[in-house]
Write a protein that binds this ligand. Structure first.
Ligand code: T1G
Length: 699
């Protein structure tokens, strides 16, 4: 223990002269689990009872000041003292108190600091109230005390965005009292306690300060959150809790408590916390650990959309890239795209101009594949044609140095077939990026039969360097994401064939939380991509009794165009905003008539149910056959690669809210219309019999 008197196994206190020191030491981030809460209350009580101190300084051991409530406790039975009670006890201390902040004082951590009588931070530290990112709101006084120090507008900014602010900004806003040069938090705690005693560091109870009302800020923020995130109830709850800060503190705290409880009980909280832990869980696997190879220099083959996006991502992470193209025109185009991407990052405030210049200076364009002889890893990002890839990997086999990793960005081709074009299949794997590759965070890391463990672990190390979410996938057509998309994409065409309009489907799925309905996405991406895939599959011969759903889309491509880029697709784009294309309705009626289909009516819920049941059934099969390691891996693929609504947690987290029994019943009912498409996965049937959940499989 850092101090001599332990009040729990993670909190201790001691004295340096007339300064009492309270230390929290609860790795990894000093989250306020019950032992921290009880320890703090007991420490502050003991120091006040002993009366030996004239100031109390609270600091933390380890990498950071308290980074929040222990998220793992959510959904569990509550244990007192609650964090609000801890904060009230600290604020009530008769002996003046000061918090010393280092690392990230977030959520409940910053709320503890707000309840002390002054806040001093080490240079470089950050603070924030990111609870809304977890589907809840600050629930230990943050919505009530921060307005007392910094006003309602700043509190709205910090609490509704969930952003981490620099402590220097906090000083400007009164949210932090002082920033000191970095040093040992305990030493600074002693010095600040002495300053409190000397009166050179003023202290006051935050709760004693009045709040200036600001109806305009409250109402404009309410309007903004209800427009921007109509699905997230917690944002409006957060704004309304902040509005209550004009009441006496205890009344405001009571309202804040009532509002956070509403959020904690919502499925959004469960989905967002699943997303928080899932993002970390997917790389917390044996395959991602252990020996890795060098990643000092990367080669990218192909300067098209993907190749330039991947190159941009590597350059932004500070990794030099040699970009290879076969012709000068293509190479110039790639360099221009990369330059545009980097300039975009500067204009979006994602990187400084200096960093952008340094990144661009690490780009070495070349027309000679031989220039890849010294790179540590090559990422091939050329056309999705197996012959081209085999030819490239055959050449790389002789050009690249021993131990260099040879990766393909293919989105569905067989990595094993590519690996077998080399004498070093142990160095080959798939690194499947998602467009735009310098923005989308998902990276599917595809393990070949012979991929060496250190090569695979290097794939995860690259994901971490690029700040991407690396998910392990086994080889199959489409790996995890595109394989599941390939299945649920069919139900969308079946719904339109059987009676729904494209606009009905888009509206229903946008109501479910998708950022954009599938037909608008198709128009945006270009309908020609799907058209070519369908023609390829038809040439290869469709599976015998599969219902072909592409007639309508084929005719739209042949008669109307490819969507936004040609001005016409499912929608018309004359005015910019998408308007349903009347010609599409005629095509739909024509195809239905040809097929003798009598259109049915589908409610928005019917559409969501069919879509998600199809989605979940293929996702279950992907887990069942081991293509994905666990359900959480599938969830993260769709949160970080396909825009699945984050507050739903992912398709299989959402599946648990329906239950395996209901899902099996739905599939059996739908199977009466199409027994080939609607088949109950064995895993789901077993879950229905055993009463188990996908969450059980994540443990
Ligand atoms: N509770 C439990 N575990 C946590 C945690 C938390 N709050 N924060 C992080 N961890 C674990 C994480 O799962 C990982 O575990 C390890 O710590 C390192 O995290 C009443 C109710 C602090 C910026 O939202 O933003 O307070 O994988 O890998 O990249 O109003 O963690 O090693 O087993 O992310 O350096 C509000 C959430 C909670 C902060 C550090 N607080 N955490 O990032 O490391 S709600 C938050 C973070 C609340 C009150 C309400 C980040 C970080 P493992 P890491 P990092």
């Amino acid at each position: 223990m850092a101090e001599s008197n332990a009040t729990s196994d993670v909190v201790s206190y001691g004295y340096e002269g007339e300064v009492a020191l309270v230390c929290v030491d609860n790795p990894p981030v000093n989250a306020t689990g019950i032992a921290v809460r009880q320890g703090l209350v007991d420490a502050f009580k003991a120091i006040n009872d002993e009366g030996k101190a004239k100031a109390i300084a609270l600091y933390c051991a380890g990498r950071t000041f308290i980074a929040g409530a222990d998220i793992r406790e959510f959904g569990q039975p509550r244990k007192d003292p609650s964090l609000p009670e801890v904060c009230n006890a600290l604020e009530a201390s008769a002996i003046p108190t000061v918090s010393v902040i280092h690392g990230t004082a977030l959520g409940g951590g910053y709320e503890v600091a707000l309840a002390t009588h002054a806040r001093v931070a080490l240079k470089g530290a950050k603070f924030g109230l990111p609870e809304v990112l977890l589907g809840i709101i600050p629930g230990a006084g943050g919505t009530q005390r921060l307005p007392r120090l910094s006003g309602i507008p700043f509190t709205l900014d910090i609490a509704v965005s969930g952003r981490h602010a620099k402590v220097e900004e906090g000083v400007d806003k009164g949210a932090i009292d002082r920033v000191v040069e970095a040093g040992d938090p305990r030493d600074i705690a002693i010095a600040m306690g002495q300053e409190v005693i000397a009166g050179t560091l003023p202290t006051r109870r935050t709760g004693d300060i009045d709040v200036t009302p600001d109806e305009a800020a409250i109402n404009s923020t309410l309007a903004m959150v209800e427009k921007k995130n109509p699905h997230l109830i917690n944002l409006a709850e957060c704004v309304k809790a902040i509005a209550a800060s004009t009441k006496p503190l205890m009344e405001g705290l009571a309202e804040e408590r009532e509002r956070i409880m509403r959020c904690i009980e919502s499925p959004q909280r469960s989905g967002l916390i699943h997303a928080f832990f899932g993002e970390r869980a997917v790389s917390n696997i044996p395959e991602a650990k252990g020996e890795t190879r060098a990643l000092d220099k990367i080669g990218v083959i192909g300067g098209g959309t993907m190749g330039s996006g991947i190159t941009t991502s590597c350059l932004m992470a500070g990794i030099p890239v040699r970009l290879i193209e076969v012709q000068q025109e293509g190479l110039d185009r790639g360099v221009a795209t990369i330059t545009k991407n980097l300039d975009g990052a500067v204009s979006r405030g994602k990187m400084s101009q200096d960093k952008r210049d340094a990144a661009l200076a690490m780009l070495e364009p070349s027309l000679a594949m031989e220039d890849l002889s010294d790179v540590d890893l090559v990422i091939e990002a050329v056309f999705e044609k197996m012959e081209i890839k085999k030819d490239i990997f055959g050449k790389l086999d002789t050009i690249c140095k021993p131990g260099a990793i040879l990766a393909s960005n293919t989105s569905y081709l067989d990595i094993n077939a590519i690996a077998n074009m080399t004498n070093r299949p142990q160095d080959v794997l798939g690194l499947h990026f998602f467009s735009p590759a310098h923005v989308m965070r998902l990276l599917e890391i595809v393990q070949g039969e012979k991929t060496a463990p250190d090569a695979l672990a290097t794939g995860f190390a690259l994901a971490k360097k690029l700040k991407k979410v690396g998910v392990l996938a086994q080889v199959c057509d489409g790996f995890i994401g595109n394989r599941i998309l390939g299945h649920y994409g069919k139900v969308i065409s079946y719904l339109v064939l059987d009676g729904a309009s494209p606009a009905d489907v888009d509206r229903a799925l946008e109501g479910f939380g998708m950022a954009m309905g599938p037909h608008k996405v198709g128009d945006l991406a270009g309908l020609d991509i799907g058209y070519m895939t369908r023609q390829r599959r038809k040439e290869e011969g469709l599976p015998a009794n599969e219902r072909y759903g592409g007639d309508i889309a084929d005719l739209i491509c042949e008669r109307e165009g490819y969507g936004r880029k040609t001005g016409k697709g499912y929608y018309l784009y004359e005015t910019g905003a998408p308007v349903p294309n009347p010609a599409v309705e005629e095509i739909i009626n024509e195809v239905r008539a040809d097929k003798g289909i009598t259109p049915k009516t589908f409610s928005d819920q019917d559409i969501v149910d069919r879509y998600m049941t199809a989605f979940i059934s293929e996702a279950a099969r992907v887990v069942e056959d081991g293509t994905a390691k666990r359900p959480v891996d599938v969830d993260m693929v769709f949160l970080f690669g396909y825009g699945f609504p984050r507050h739903r947690g992912g398709p299989l987290h959402y599946a648990d809210s329906i239950g395996a029994k209901e899902l099996v019943a739905r599939i059996e009912a739908y199977a009466k219309e199409d027994p080939n498409y609607w088949q109950v996965p064995d895993l789901l049937r077993k879950m229905a019999e055993d009463g188990t959940t996908f969450a059980d499989m994540n443990k």
